[in-house]
Design a protein around this ligand. Structure first.
Ligand SMILES: [Zn+2]
Length: 127
């Protein structure tokens, strides 16, 4: 399962960088043309984060639309059906993809404003 591997890689990358720091929110960018099913990623995320510092994290997914430019008539358009992208003006399939192929971790929010190093003063900061 494609989405499982991708989600696992993202979670591993975050825990590798941030260790045991509890994560509050993870934002992923998954373009409409990335071939990744966002609902599957959401489902996999819920399963994978169990028992990790990401277990209470909210998953936000940004889904940039597919954008392409026709090489034949230079028309730029939003790709409605990523499986068969065709130029809406001339019907051409000679396209250059401009956006929508994103697949990356956009941001990670840790719990609290910043991670407290071990042994740091625990004087509460005003919220
Ligand atoms: Zn065209």
């Amino acid at each position: 399962m494609h989405e499982l591997a991708i989600t696992q890689a993202a979670v591993e990358e975050i825990t590798r960088r941030l260790g045991e720091t509890p994560i509050r929110k993870v934002t992923l960018e998954i373009g409409a043309l990335s071939g990744v099913v966002v609902d599957s990623v959401r489902f996999c995320f819920e399963v994978i984060v169990d028992g990790t510092p990401l277990r209470d994290a909210v998953l936000e997914v940004i889904e940039p639309p597919g954008r392409a430019r026709c090489r034949d008539c230079a028309r730029e358009f939003t790709v409605e059906d990523p499986r068969i992208p065709l130029c809406p003006r001339c019907g051409g399939a000679n396209l250059r993809v401009l956006g929508g192929q994103e697949l990356r971790i956009k941001s990670v929010e840790v719990r609290g404003e910043c991670a407290q190093p071990a042994g740091a003063r625990t004087t509460p900061e005003s919220e």
